[in-house]
Design a protein around this ligand. Structure first.
Ligand SMILES: *Cc1c(COP(=O)(O)O)cnc(C)c1O
Length: 368
């Protein structure tokens, strides 16, 4: 196996799920496993969540859901994204839940289900202030009316998505929640059973207890990372992912001899430089050049010079490191910690992108 790998502590994912359940109960939990389970490995995480009797799994698009079914995952799966007409039969064949985000799509689903003599599982998508997919809250009546006309669909759920639930100012999120609840009155006014209502992402779980409703949809929180710096940390979670490598080379570099492409860094005295076999081709952002640190033998040392595609250099000054020593790119050891938030800040992005950017050529190892 490559010396550069991601280690996922499954016991932490289980503990995070337990903490979320305790905070939102009796609301159900949909575990979000899109984007390779935020870099943690979609198959293994879906298996773990299924073992924990997760109520539902959420993915971005059809292929992610089909992959889960191919690996024996039987839990209900909701596909968030828009659907192309030619994908509908696959949803039905694999017993996946549709997101119906327009009257036209809903009719296509109903017709396909009728033709195949099966029932389609549908969640209606209401746009309450994200302007992504879904019918606007102010014209949702026509989608709901159309849903009542569908004889071959089970309207299992109705949902919306927050744009700012992880912000310090929750005004917009509150407004979205009010708009959503007003739309769902449609069912109570007609004495119809309410479908499962869900709107809360990790930010909603943490900051808006009123938004938990019938089900919550945590993604990043399940993996032990908070959605933003300003978001209240009302549920205690621990980061499940570490990214590790090993020292591949040691050399002493003389002053006036710049390191790596572009010669962007040099020392004014002789210094010890080690090479790490990881780079932007693995998802370690090139923007981290001359900005990030790694941990070797419990100490933090800076990445110097440009991060290359497959390798990068670290200045250990007078420190000690031998070939084969463990290097922590993201994670913790005896008191030293590099979080996804740290890397995000150095690279000018968010922790979501740090995690999802670690690509598939980095093997995943599971512990716990
Ligand atoms: C990604 C996603 C989530 C999870 O968001 P987090 O901020 O990671 O909790 C929930 N719902 C939908 C529709 C999503 O696309």
């Amino acid at each position: 196996m490559r010396p550069t790998y991601v280690e996922v502590d499954q016991s932490r994912v289980r503990a995070n799920l337990q903490a979320i359940r305790a905070a939102v109960g009796p609301a159900k939990v949909m575990g979000i496993v899109k984007a390779n389970a935020y870099g943690h490995g979609i198959i293994e995480i879906a298996r773990l969540l299924e073992q924990q009797r997760i109520d539902m799994l959420g993915v971005a698009f059809l292929e992610e859901a089909v992959l889960l079914r191919e690996h024996g995952i039987q839990s209900p799966i909701l596909v968030f994204g828009g659907i192309a007409a030619d994908q509908i039969h696959l949803f039905l064949k694999e017993n996946l839940s549709f997101t119906a985000s327009s009257v036209e799509k809903l009719r296509l689903i109903d017709e396909a289900a009728a033709a195949l003599k099966v029932r389609a599982r549908v969640h209606l998508k209401i746009d309450t202030g994200m302007e992504r997919i879904g019918v606007h809250y102010y014209s949702a009546g026509k989608l709901l009316d159309a849903a009542l006309q569908c004889d071959h669909c089970d309207i299992d759920g109705i949902y919306s998505h927050f744009a700012n639930a992880d912000a310090a100012d929750l005004g917009h999120a509150q407004l979205q929640l009010e708009r959503f609840l007003e739309v769902t009155e449609f069912f109570t006014q007609r004495s119809l059973p309410l479908p499962c209502r869900h709107i809360a992402n990790s930010g909603g779980v943490l900051q808006l207890p009123d938004s938990h409703l019938d089900m919550v949809r945590p993604g990043i929180l399940l993996y032990g990372v908070y959605p933003s710096a300003e978001c209240a940390r009302t549920v205690a979670v621990q980061s499940a992912l570490s990214w590790k490598s090993r020292v591949a080379y040691f050399k002493v570099v003389q002053p006036g001899h710049p390191v790596s492409y572009g010669s962007t860094w040099q020392s004014d005295h002789p210094t010890r430089i080690v090479t790490i076999p990881a780079g932007y081709g693995d998802g370690y952002f090139r923007a981290l050049s001359n900005r990030s640190v790694v941990i070797i033998r419990g100490k933090k040392y800076p990445v110097v010079g440009r991060v290359c595609m497959d390798q990068m250099m670290v200045n250990i000054e007078g420190g000690t490191a031998y070939n084969g020593d463990e290097v922590i790119l993201l994670g913790e050891t005896e008191g030293a910690l590099i979080s996804a938030e740290d890397i995000a800040e150095w690279a000018g992005t968010i922790s979501y992108e740090v995690l999802t950017n670690i690509n598939t050529r980095v093997p995943r190892v599971y512990v716990g």
